[in-house]
Design a protein around this ligand. Structure first.
Ligand code: PFF
Length: 497
């Protein structure tokens, strides 16, 4: 017998889960790096433009679809056109692969969270991270040698994610988000408030807000703004589609979407004041300029190198701020990871007519197996390739495809009607224009320029791994679409096109 479709218990629970899906590593560490390297204060201009053109517009599409169809992403695409189901699975396979390495980064963070109580990273955090924690090799060497602590922490993180996602929606994702997100906010407020009192904080904050207007004429700065919005809001990952499909009738969609988008941006802008205050402090104490403290691109490793260095010289306060900092990443990471599981397990549940707990077991079990790759000595090397290929290349392409499907093949006016039905703020025709033209064109430009930096500039081993990933992203969805649904309702068309 089919399980009853899940529903959120409260609007607050839904908002917390949505904010939880968006607020993650991208906000805590990636954003401060991106803003710093792309013109400081003046970066807020391309950032806000990207937020409106891309962020808000696309999130609204996902909300409207989920809410209107009340189905999983696989079924929604099948309903729009019976040849489109594989696209749904492509999105799901991509987020599955993202999840498999994201969990590993949360695992590293868990190790640092534990170490932060005793500053167990020692006097040289940089060597400790590469050789002590990750035991990383430069290439594929060591792919069969597991790194025990990373393996153990990845098991713990997967077990946590599994426990949450196998439970009923309101007892699992909703309950956990309702606790973790408010806690996260309080923790970040404490970190920022404390950081601003540190000597040298002013130096860091000044660096952050000083605008470099010339940067606005640089194409890459605009690309960085769009990239940050995609990453930070988890766009194109079908999370908002899935979460809003669990909303009850009568929900104020536009209001909710705006709350989530602005909370996410406020969180990252606010948090970057704390990060820069801390960097200012470090710069004052060590005499090293802030720009030498931040290395472009390596935002994941940086949280685990620069911050431990800062905590080492901070004195007693570090024993409070350290665990709070790594605790924040842990909470933000977990709430994002559970959001990556849900679209996949929702589609499996719906298509194969199995219990939610069984789908979660399949997703988490397989996810764990893939994650094992990242717990080896070659883990960091492979992870970096997965990250750039999936985020800069595969995901962007699916966003363009989604714009074409929802803007051109589907009757977009249906979505306008759905969004406006109960909302206080109404959406106009401009939204349709953005989705049909502005957004796909912008992303396509972004995507083409990314081919050079992501694929052509990579070494042969990386290119072969990317080829392997591309095959997985094409073949697995075809197989999953061909497999017949066990639930005959899966093939019901639910909307007039
Ligand atoms: N939006 C979340 C973050 O900023 O970390 C979650 C996320 C984004 C997860 C991108 C994974 C990812 F590739």
């Amino acid at each position: 017998m089919a399980e009853e479709r899940s529903q959120w218990n409260s609007r607050f629970g839904f908002l917390m889960a949505m904010i939880g899906s968006a607020v993650g590593l991208g906000n805590i560490w990636r954003f401060p790096n991106v803003i710093y390297y792309n013109g400081g204060g003046s970066f807020l201009i391309p950032y806000i433009v990207a937020l409106f053109i891309l962020g808000i517009s696309f999130v609204m599409v996902e909300y409207a679809l989920g809410y209107r169809f009340k189905s999983s992403v696989g079924k929604i695409l099948y309903s729009i056109h019976n040849k489109l189901e594989p696209i749904g699975w492509v999105i799901l396979v991509i987020i599955f692969l993202i999840l498999s390495y994201y969990v590993c980064v949360i695992g590293w963070d868990l190790i640092y969270f534990v170490l932060s109580f005793s500053q167990g990273w020692g006097a040289d955090p940089s060597t400790f991270f590469a050789s002590g924690v990750l035991q990383a090799s430069d290439g594929l060497e060591g792919i069969f040698s597991f790194v025990p602590w990373v393996l153990i922490s990845v098991i713990v993180v997967w077990a946590t994610i599994y426990t949450i996602t196998r439970s009923k929606l309101d007892k699992g994702i909703e309950a956990v988000s309702k606790i973790l997100i408010p806690l996260l906010v309080v923790m970040v407020i404490i970190i920022v408030a404390f950081s601003l009192t540190l000597p040298g904080a002013f130096i860091g904050v000044t660096q952050l807000v000083t605008p470099n207007w010339a940067a606005l004429t640089n194409f890459d700065v605009w690309l960085a703004a769009f990239g940050q919005i995609v990453f930070s809001l988890s766009l194109g990952m079908a999370i908002a589609i899935t979460y809003s499909s669990y909303l009850p009738e009568g929900s104020k969609l536009v209001d909710s979407a705006l709350t989530v988008v602005f909370s996410n941006s406020t969180f990252e802008v606010f948090n970057s004041f704390g990060v820069f205050a801390i960097l200012g402090f470090m710069s004052l104490t060590s005499g090293i300029a802030i720009n030498s403290l931040i290395t472009e691109g390596s935002y994941m490793g940086m949280a685990f190198i620069v911050f431990p260095q800062v905590f080492n010289v901070m004195g007693f306060g570090a024993y409070i701020i350290g665990p709070l900092f790594f605790g924040c990443i842990l909470f933000a990471g977990i709430t994002s990871a559970i959001a990556l599981v849900e679209p996949i397990s929702a589609t499996i549940t719906e298509k194969f007519n199995i219990k939610r707990s069984i789908s979660a077991t399949i997703v988490c079990g397989l996810g764990f197996l893939v994650s094992l790759l990242f717990t080896t000595q070659a883990g960091l090397f492979i992870l970096t390739i997965f990250d750039s290929f999936l985020n800069n290349f595969a995901l962007l392409l699916t966003i363009v495809i989604e714009c074409i499907i929802f803007g051109w093949i589907y009757n977009f006016d249906n979505l306008i009607e759905t969004m406006n039905e109960y909302s206080t703020i109404k959406l106009g025709k401009i939204w349709k224009f953005v989705i049909k033209f502005a957004l796909p064109i912008c992303i396509l430009i972004f995507w083409i320029s990314g081919i050079q930096s992501t694929i052509l500039a990579a070494d042969l081993t990386s290119q072969l791994i990317m080829l392997g990933l591309s095959l997985v992203i094409i073949i697995v969805p075809i197989i999953l679409s061909i497999l017949p649904a066990k639930n005959e309702k899966y093939y019901d068309v639910i909307d007039e096109i």
